[in-house]
Design a protein around this ligand. Sequence first.
Ligand code: G3H
Ligand code: 13P
Ligand code: ZN
Length: 307
Amino acid sequence: MLVTGLEILSKARREGYGVGAFNTNNMEITQAILQAAEAKRSPVIIALSEGAMRYGGKELTTMVHESARDARVPVAVHLDHGSSYESVLRALYAGFTSVMIDKSGEDFEVNVAESKRAAEAAHAVGASIEAELGRLAGIEEHVAVDEKDALLTNPREAEIFVQKTGVDFLAVAVGTSHGPYKGKGKPFIDHERIREIAALLGEDYPLVLHGASGVPQELVQRFRAAGGEIGDAHGIAPEDVQKAITEGVAKINTDTDLRLAFAVRVREVLKDDPKVFDPRKVLGPAREEMQRVVEARLELFGSSGKA
Ligand code: G3H
Ligand code: 13P
Ligand code: ZN
């Protein structure tokens, strides 16, 4: 069933588990996400970036909405990193139940004004809205305090930002970053900062962790073994994600792990069977691999059995 993001995330905060927001770009990814959520009896958020919508067009958004409506678990259809008010309006018009306005690259006052405007539009049609404050940059533990403060979300600013904008959930910069390279070596997560932000916003307020993929080393090795090239790829440690959930994080974004699972399995199938050319024999195994990744994430977040 199709529900709003806030409905899913409020329940998650009250009951102390996290909800996965997984990015989709095509039919196989959408099926992998929804089949995993149904198999695990878990609520889920399906995220479409502006790039996903350009790639998949109306066919993709229509299919995602239909599938979400038919699902036997609560599903929110969410715009990821909406870059403008117009982009948010387009998503709302297309029936998204959750949107993100991302003006985190702008000055605080511009971010406030733009996020407030987008929040008013989302709320006018009963959808939920996320905004972002701070810079998503992978950092190391020994980075100086003032350098961390310059990049990461300032707790006091977060409180003012939410009061002024009325956004329903807030993406915070606490050391995670997008993609398979999250800074040098093991990424450092500023747990104290998450706790400080949560204390000011209230314990029920849902925080969002972007760039939260785990980049499983097993997948990285298989990717290399199948001829792929990937540098020093590292993700967020499972224990950091679980700790962040106990501290106030409700929505955990994952895209890179799905991309990796997809690419690993496609490479393996084509390498192992030089005769294969039926798309279903290539994409079917990739879909199964992605479903396994989503199921493992849902277990990690504690959302399985909660739908
Ligand atoms: O945070 C960004 C997501 O991974 C989506 O990436 O804009 O390449 O679709 P994309
Ligand atoms: P990853 O690149 O770590 O999967 O993060 C995805 C994300 O934050 C999408 O908004
Ligand atoms: Zn993101």
